[in-house]
Design a protein around this ligand. Structure first.
Ligand code: AMP
Ligand code: GLY
Length: 423
């Protein structure tokens, strides 16, 4: 197949590595990609957010499938333009992508579909914010409505901090005040062809910057998959996945379809397992980052076939995805100053030694080649991924590799998957 992957992060690198690992070989293009992706795909210099540019490239290069990694091209209508031209694309159109972009839209769809989620109030004024904080009590959850690149959410017991957060976003529109949901978080991905869904394997993301879930929220500092503790709560991981498919994913996809906005692509369900049951805290309209980096290395079926089947409405005819018994752990290496103000341009070294550790590979997030070698160009720089037969083994491997990498001021967590290490 000739496949074009849009995006430039470790998630896109993970998608490309999964495509590369298939028995069939593909011609893979990445736009814009990064220095790591350059080793695994042909980089294309085009604006991934420009529907016209992407469509022309796909046409001129006889692309069989376009895979959209990040949310920005979805919101700018790249999938709509490709679909109009009959080019198979894995990624929802602008209207369905609001499931991620607009928390208000997502809440309305969940209400209509009867999907369990926390209580939420839309506040337009300072007075409405104060009343809603009072109503739900502490801890307070305040969210900007719309894309805020992970920065739009605050969870705090400090009422003044919650109010200050609301004040930041109120001038540009209403904010959501939510009921705080207590319990472990799970990320579960579904492939959807607009009508039918299949689940991938659950993963857990570490959102806070520092060990022990301390520090600010980030895009994600690490992840592991599968989640052995799900069996304690639900009998088996399969039972959990079936429940979420039945009660969350399938109803949401049906609701979107019935409203004339079919969702073709990846439905990311961000879940909290509360004492009252599984509840949705957010949906994303794309693969999660860094969860994808631990889910895809365990996928047995060829990813290209699954994505093409979803893009062309034939997912039901395809063998459902299955996953190896191996476990995977990823640790993100981030720049000094991330997430507030990452320092960029610093040299990166030790990658070859890291990648030579048994079971380890690297997914590049923000790297570029310079005259002096590889440099870091963003906040989250590199994902070290280790696969092993146990979490103990995968963790040993991943941290051995992390220690081999040098980046001045670099930050990473040391406790990724520590809670699931077998005694
Ligand atoms: P979001 O961008 O909506 O995923 O929120 C980022 C993070 O904030 C989530 O991963 C949770 O850890 C936390 N969070 C968001 N909403 C809630 C909620 N209603 N209750 C508890 N934690 C939440
Ligand atoms: N890992 C969280 C996200 O992709 O939104």
């Amino acid at each position: 197949m000739r496949i074009l992957v849009l995006g430039s992060g470790a998630r896109e690198h993970a998608i490309i590595l999964a495509l590369r690992s298939e028995e069939n070989s593909h011609e893979i293009f990445a736009a814009p990609g990064n220095a790591g992706i350059a080793a695994d795909a042909t980089l294309v210099d085009l604006d991934a957010n420009d529907p016209g540019a992407v469509t022309s490239f796909a046409n001129e290069n006889a692309v069989d499938l376009v895979v959209i990694g990040p949310e920005a091209p979805l919101v700018s209508g790249v999938a709509d333009a490709l679909r109009e031209r009959g080019i198979p694309v894995f990624g929802p159109g602008k209207a369905a992508a609001q499931l991620e972009g607009s928390k208000t839209f997502a809440k309305r769809i969940m209400d209509a579909a009867g999907v369990p989620t926390g209580g939420a109030t839309r506040a337009h004024t300072r007075a409405e914010v104060e009343a809603a904080l009072e109503e739900f009590g502490a801890p307070h959850v305040v969210k900007a409505d719309g894309l805020a690149a992970g920065k739009g959410v605050i969870v705090t017991s400090d009422r003044e901090a919650a109010l200050a957060h609301a004040d930041t976003y109120l001038p540009s529109g209403p904010v959501l005040i939510e009921e705080f949901l207590a319990g472990p978080e799970v990320s579960l991905f579904f492939l959807s062809d607009g009508d039918y869904v299949v689940a991938l394997s659950p993963a857990q993301d570490y959102k806070r910057l520092r060990d022990g879930d301390d520090g600010p929220n980030t895009g994600g500092m690490g992840a592991y998959s599968p989640l052995p503790w799900l069996a304690d709560r639900f009998g088996s991981e399969e039972a959990f996945v079936e429940a979420v498919t039945r009660d969350v994913a399938q109803p949401v996809i049906r609701q979107l379809d019935s409203e004339g906005t079919p969702f073709i692509g990846l439905l990311y369900a961000g879940l909290i397992l509360t004492d009252e049951g599984i509840k949705v805290i957010e949906f994303n309209a794309r693969f999660g980052d860094p969860e994808t980096q631990v889910v895809l290395p365990r996928l047995v079926e060829p990813l290209s076939e699954l994505l093409l089947a979803a893009a062309s409405g034939h997912l039901e005819d395809q063998a459902a995805p299955s996953f190896s018994d191996d476990v995977a752990v990823t640790v993100v290496i981030a720049s000094e100053g991330y997430p507030e103000s990452p320092v960029t341009g610093r040299p990166l070294a030790g990658l070859a030694a890291a990648a030579s550790v048994d079971g380890v590979h690297l997914a590049h997030a923000a790297t570029a080649a310079s005259a002096d070698g590889l440099i870091a160009t963003g906040g989250r720089v590199l994902n070290v991924v280790a696969v092993g037969s146990t979490f103990r083994e995968a963790r040993e491997r991943v941290y051995l590799a992390v220690d081999a990498i040098t980046l001045e001021g670099g930050q990473h967590r040391n406790d990724i998957a520590a809670r699931v290490v077998e005694d």
